[in-house]
Design a protein around this ligand. Structure first.
Ligand code: AMP
Length: 216
């Protein structure tokens, strides 16, 4: 099964995608993670994306489409993928349709994670990630079981995203509203869109998504 998780920054897309990957054997394709890896490696793509990401703006469609096209073509994506952070514009959505059509693949569901905008900044500024295995945590909502130690791999090193601050969040939200939100009617018209309550507890959100996938 191939799905998109759609929602504003801080909606919980990454958290849910990580769990779907761990429990359902699907692959998480996070364009944000791919770009952060490109920035860390100093590749050409990373150099182009770095400043744009730090400002909270969107990386040009041409770069994003190339990135995801290569990733979807890799063998592990054949077991089903979860798109987390892509598409973010109508041009990306159309390019996705085209690449899936050519590859003989289909999009089964688009899951909208509905959230109260007021809660998003609190979610964003409190989050941090294990530097070794990438597991996501939150100061208030998902602390490691032992303070300072990753539950999954035992590492004691954590990182925070440069763009996870209240100022950049304003630009990221504006980009979401102007460019990504219009994808909801785009997928709605096609009958693949389903909604979950992104304000519910993490386990409940996961239960709702699982229900949608088993009914697809
Ligand atoms: P995310 O981890 O999904 O919040 O993405 C972090 C940042 O990467 C975004 O604020 C954008 O600058 C960039 N980015 C990630 N995915 C895309 C995309 N599909 N289109 C354009 N920019 C993206």
């Amino acid at each position: 099964m191939n799905i998109i998780l759609l929602g504003p920054p801080g909606a919980g897309k990454g958290t849910q995608a990580q769990r779907l990957q761990a429990e359902k054997g699907m692959v998480q394709l996070s364009t944000g993670d791919m770009l952060r890896a490109a920035v860390a490696s100093g590749s050409e793509l990373g150099k182009k994306a770095k400043d744009i990401m730090e400002k909270g703006e969107l990386v040009p469609d041409s770069l994003m489409v190339g990135l995801i096209q290569d990733r979807i073509a890799q063998p592990d994506a054949a077991k089903g993928f979860i798109l987390d952070g892509f598409p973010r514009t109508e041009a990306q959505a159309k390019a996705l349709d085209e690449m899936l059509g050519k590859a003989g693949k289909k999009l089964d569901r688009v899951v909208e994670m509905e959230v109260d905008e007021k809660a998003l900044t609190e979610r964003i500024v409190g989050r941090f990630t294990c530097a070794k295995c990438g597991t996501g945590y939150h100061e208030k909502f998902k602390r490691p079981k032992v303070d300072g130690v990753c539950d999954v791999c035992g590492s004691k090193e954590f990182t925070r995203r440069k763009d996870d601050n209240a100022e950049t969040m304003k630009t990221r939200m504006a980009a979401y509203r102007a460019q990504t939100e219009p994808l909801l009617p785009y997928y709605g018209a096609r009958g693949v869109l389903r909604k979950v309550d992104g304000m519910a507890a993490m386990d409940e959100v996961y239960r709702q998504i699982s229900g949608i996938l088993s009914g697809a």
